[in-house]
Design a protein around this ligand. Structure first.
Ligand code: TXA
Ligand code: MG
Length: 328
């Protein structure tokens, strides 16, 4: 069973134990502001292999490397001026940039899945301290079995991977609750590879550039992990429900009551006041709770596709996708 250290009461023990486990080439579950990550030394192929094995993740799906400052990022990737501006504006924070790998980088090709680019992010919160202490980038996917819902609490991680892990750092619920927004700059264009915790509108406001969505950019899926079913709860998922069939679990938004909800196995409101940030922070936990109710189907009420609603709906649509075939 994993050892769990509370970073709020015992920050020094958390840092020194994490450094120890990471140095042994073993993964540590770390709290980030987006979701909990399964972190390991990005320069050590054995350590990275542990990540893929623990998650049951296909090795062609590259990992994001997490850095504690821009100088650490610059050892491994080359910044174009626009990417640098984005990093300066939004790091530390829920933004991953896809950048060309430097040939001198010591990040192991297992982490980048052999690509000539690397996903890089400077996370906020305690995880950044862990990276600074360790002194090297940490490769970290979300700390869940591949294809399952990402964890936003230490308890989520423990329930899924606790048997396989040595150490989980508990820093309370992730504040954002959705994975990072992934962007790739190409010339003057900024392409969205995954909607996430950074609102694309903030990027457009800063740069004066319209971010290209996959649908407007020729519909090629470029983040290999974005294919098919993902974020799958045990129950099946129904979108845009205007009524509830008895026994279904209902997850709604903005205090909007749904016909027949009195017959639902459980009713959860992502944000009764209609705040999309609050809804994002609750999404994965509520999906897990709805699943735990034993209902065969989770019905989602309508959610506006604006601001973080875009990323929230992306995750729900993936949860609703057919489970067979594709990447899990
Ligand atoms: O918020 C987050 O991003 C969390 C926390 C732990 O930082 N991490 C996370 O990692 O969500 P993961 O492995 O679950 O998702 C990483 C995504 C995958 O879809 C992967 O295919 C894509 O990033 N990715 C990584 N490197 C890439 C690259 N060089 N080019 C394109 N996509 C890449
Ligand atoms: Mg993930």
């Amino acid at each position: 069973m994993a050892e769990i250290i509370d970073t709020r009461t015992d920050p020094e023990a958390a840092l020194s134990r994490a450094e120890e486990v990471l140095s042994e080439g073993r993964p540590v579950a770390i709290p980030t502001e987006t979701v909990y990550g399964l972190a390991a030394d990005a320069t050590n192929p054995d350590a990275i292999s542990h990540i893929y094995e623990m998650k049951g993740r296909p090795r062609f799906n590259p990992l994001i490397c997490h850095v504690s400052d821009v100088a650490m990022a610059e050892e491994h990737v080359a910044f174009d001026p626009l990417s640098r501006r984005l990093a300066e504006a939004f790091w530390p924070g829920p933004l991953t940039l896809i950048l060309p790998l430097k040939t001198t980088s010591k990040v192991h090709p297992l982490a980048s899945a052999g690509l000539d680019t690397l996903g890089v992010r400077m996370p906020d919160g305690f995880s950044r301290k862990v990276i600074a202490r360790f002194g090297r980038p940490l490769a970290a996917p979300s700390a869940n079995t591949s294809g399952k819902i990402s964890p936003t609490t230490a308890a989520h991680v423990e329930a899924d991977l606790g048997e396989k892990l040595l150490l989980i750092l508990d820093d309370g619920p992730s504040q954002i609750g959705l994975e990072s927004t992934i962007l790739k700059v190409e010339g003057d264009a900024i392409r969205l590879l995954r909607p996430g915790g950074l609102d694309v509108a903030d990027v457009e406001r800063l740069t004066g550039t319209t971010v290209e969505r996959p649908s407007t950019a020729g519909a090629t899926i470029e983040a290999p992990g974005m294919l098919a079913s993902h974020y799958a709860p045990g129950a099946s998922v129904r979108l845009n429900a205007t009524s509830v069939v008895g026994g279904e679990a209902l997850i709604r938004f903005g205090g909007m009551t749904i016909n027949g909800e009195e017959n639902a196995a459980v009713v959860l409101d992502l944000s009764p006041s209609g705040n999309l940030r609050e809804a994002a922070a609750h999404l994965f936990d509520y999906m897990k709770r709805a699943d735990a109710s034993g209902a065969a189907t989770i019905a989602f009420g309508p959610i506006p596709k604006e601001g973080l609603g875009e990323a929230i709906l992306d995750r729900i649509e993936r949860a609703a996708a057919p489970r067979d075939g594709g990447l899990v």
